[in-house]
Design a protein around this ligand. Structure first.
Ligand SMILES: [Fe+2]
Ligand SMILES: [Fe+2]
Length: 198
């Protein structure tokens, strides 16, 4: 696993900050809606308890970004649909929280004042990582692994979409490659993915 220092070795220049904040505004809203939607699914009771706190965190993150870029809260009539089956849902949230964590690391270089967001994302990732390990020790292991392969397959498109702003042009390839490597290694360490033979 790469250390956090290694994962932050790509530095974005200050002119990337507005695009990064815009990206966070969207991602935090999506995280909030996903966590809300997840609470309507059948999840283990201790997960439900965590999701309530998780929702509060994401709500607060979203409010911070809205205030920073002076934007009105976005309303959404319907929550996004999330997988009904807990192993699939767990992999999805684990994946997106891991992705959010890597973006939070990039953001922190430009905005050290936002350290508390990174701390929260680490807590979110750690919680789902424990849940994934638990799932991998039981009957749902195969399903979790299949979901991880499917989620991983879509990840390059997702990352490129997150980095779509023109200001990222000179850094897109390097940043995307770094993020993909870090997340893949995380998934391998957790046991969700197998090491790819090149
Ligand atoms: Fe967040
Ligand atoms: Fe989060």
């Amino acid at each position: 696993m790469l250390s956090p220092q290694e994962t932050t070795s790509i530095r974005l220049p200050p002119e990337c900050e507005p695009a990064l904040l815009e990206r966070f505004l969207k991602a935090e809203a999506m995280a909030l809606w996903t966590v809300r939607s997840a609470q309507q699914q059948e999840v283990p009771p201790h997960v439900y308890a965590f999701l309530r706190k998780h929702e509060e965190d994401e709500q607060q993150h979203l409010a911070q970004f809205e205030a920073m870029i002076d934007r009105q809260p976005r309303v959404r009539e319907r929550l996004p649909s999330v997988p009904r089956q807990w192993p699939v849902l767990a992999v999805q949230i684990y994946g997106y929280e891991s992705l959010g964590l890597e973006f939070a690391r990039l953001l922190l270089q430009l905005r050290p004042d936002l350290a508390s967001i990174l701390d929260d994302e680490e807590v979110h990732v750690a919680f789902f990582e424990r849940e994934i390990r638990r799932l991998l020790g039981g009957d749902w292991a195969e399903q979790a692994r299949c979901s991880a392969v499917a989620w991983r397959r879509k990840l390059p498109t997702t990352v490129n979409r997150y980095l779509a702003a023109a200001v990222f042009d000179p850094f897109r390839t390097a940043v995307a490659e770094r993020i993909l490597t870090v997340i893949e290694q995380r998934f391998i360490e957790t046991g969700l993915l197998q090491i790819q033979k090149k």
